[in-house]
Design a protein around this ligand. Structure first.
Ligand SMILES: [Fe+2]
Ligand SMILES: [Fe+2]
Length: 215
């Protein structure tokens, strides 16, 4: 179960509307590498993780991604609020207005709606944790692109916070990958597939282990 806390994970102090930026940032709401994809990916994959620790990590991060989705929704809502229709048409959000007015909807920056094919669950914990690490890097990269697209310090501030959290998630999934691989080494009977042969962690991790990117 979840307990809802009535506050944002990070404050969104945006006062200036910017419909063009809203159009870009919506991709972190309903795009392929956005927060809905992240939350559903982790909260779904956790069932087939082999250890309680790995299940708990996916639950924790999946829950935090829901909180990120709420932060992104608030950003987009504030950037779009009270925008004149002419402004929406100017940045090609007329189609969005026709279907949704200024309401939030799960689509990417090009208006493509969210689909379940953005996420995967193979049932192989090693594969899924690699998928999760890649997802975190894609989220980080997208936040960096969004930061480059705006001059508004208030928007940059909250995007930077979200970017930093994805770096932390990448690191934690890397640790979970090492943990799951050593569990599989110690429990050779545990196999996700009949002929699966777990490799020792030394064959998977790069020298020095999994480290977050600099910056
Ligand atoms: Fe996130
Ligand atoms: Fe994340």
């Amino acid at each position: 179960m979840w307990v809802y806390e009535k506050k944002l994970q990070y404050p969104v102090k945006i006062s200036k509307p910017d419909v063009r930026m809203a159009k870009y940032i919506i991709t972190q709401y309903g795009g392929p590498d956005g927060e809905l994809s992240a939350a559903l990916r982790y909260l779904n994959q956790r069932y087939t993780m082999p250890t309680e620790r790995a299940k708990a990590l996916l639950t924790d991060i999946g829950t935090e991604e829901l909180a990120h989705m709420e932060v992104v929704a608030t950003i987009v809502y504030k950037l779009l609020k009270d925008a004149p229709i002419e402004e929406l048409k100017r940045v090609d959000l007329g189609g969005h207005y026709a279907q949704h007015d200024r309401a939030l909807f799960w689509n990417d920056a090009n208006g493509v709606p969210w689909i379940a094919a953005y996420v995967q669950a193979t049932g192989d914990p090693v594969t899924d944790l690699h998928d999760d690490m890649a997802a975190e890097q894609k989220a980080r990269t997208t936040y960096e692109h969004l930061i480059n697209l705006t001059d508004d310090p208030d928007v940059k501030d909250v995007l930077r916070f979200l970017r930093e959290r994805e770096v932390v998630h990448f690191q934690r999934f890397g640790e979970a990958l090492n943990h799951v691989q050593s569990f599989m080494e110690k429990h050779p009977g545990w196999k996700p597939h009949p002929d699966h042969q777990p490799k020792p962690p030394s064959e998977w991790a790069p020298p020095g282990g999994w480290l977050p990117p600099k910056g």
